[in-house]
Ligand binder design. Sequence first.
Ligand code: PLP
Length: 411
Amino acid sequence: MSSDPWFQQLFADRIGGINYGKSNAIYKFEKIKRAKRAALAAHPETELLDFGIGENDSMAPASVRKAMEKAINDPANRGYADNGIQAYKDAAARFMKREYGVELDPACEIVHCIGSKPALALLPGMLINPGDVCLMTAPGYPVAGTWTKYFGGEVYNMLLEEKNDYYPDFDAIPEDIVRRAKLMVLNYPNSPTGQLATVEFFKKVIDFARKNQIVVVNDAAHIVLTYGQKPLSFLSIDGAKEVGLETHTMSKGFDMIGWRLGFVCGNPKLVQAYADMKDNTDSGQFKAIQEAAIVGMDDPSIPQNTRIKYERRLKKMVTTLRDLGFDARMPGGTYFLMVKAPRAIEGGQQFENAEAVSQWLIREKMICTVPYDEGQMLRFSATYDVKDGEPGEDGLMQRLKERLKGIKFVF
Ligand SMILES: Cc1ncc(COP(=O)(O)O)c(C=O)c1O
């Protein structure tokens, strides 16, 4: 007997139609969660070394929390924020100028968003009709692609491969796809590869977009986490504002990941179209949060300290993993370190793919990573939770080394 509810056949095709909720596929993060649970149950006395966390480990800075405390008690902040308060847009304009040298008119070239995730969900809606194509860097953050498909569009994955330095190869995109493409969603600094954009690459993007009449959105969620060089905004390149937008977030650089705030900026007509989509979707982020974020954006030491902390942690991880035989290199950006997954252990275990390695590391060594079977990579995140600053970080690296001591990985 079927236990389907009476409305099972009413589900829309975009979420699986009549088959909605029936898939037995277990997704990557669920598999990791299950393996972690089983390992902790089998070895309750052993510490799980968790490099699988994809979120900042710190609370928002004290000055931001203090500003929030005040703003939350201001009766003027009680109502709908709609498309945002002007003071937040002004602060975002100051931030973009100070950090990236980008001039923006806060009256018409910036609109807030409730984190960049909902912005990336909404943006395809302003361009994609059924049959239109969205070009996306892959692997990557899938939200704009999911919504492109919800709107009846198609996603073309522009693969980021080592042989192309993790940049898309525009010449490899079939002509028919280019012809039907209306939107290109890039993500630089790139997650998970850690690659940074260059001025030359962004110029190439602008030329391609102009020639083929494609709107560009650069998802700059990780831009504050740029190492070894000045962070590069797409909008700092001549002509970028003519072809597109950039999405920014308070999540990563300001440790405000749960506060849900960011901004969309760039071409005024596209910003307006986004604002119209947004106005018909939400009523804006709580004004008190926007006010607190202004204090964060106006303090250059906050993004700088976040950058310094994760750069330090990543460097320690690179040294430790290299000592263990991994080909670890400092990423250009993000708080993630990607390394090639081993194929085997000398004289023992063979691994079918990156996921098998990740499962083995959790089960046998109580070490959590995230596998990427594209490219056979493992992701170690520097957002691990340690209590006592640098000594805690060094201690964790030492424990990681001890856990894997004596194991010879084959790559
Ligand atoms: C590449 C990328 N883009 C966008 C987001 C969404 O960030 P938020 O919605 O917190 O601004 C994330 C979060 O993990 C991300 O990694």
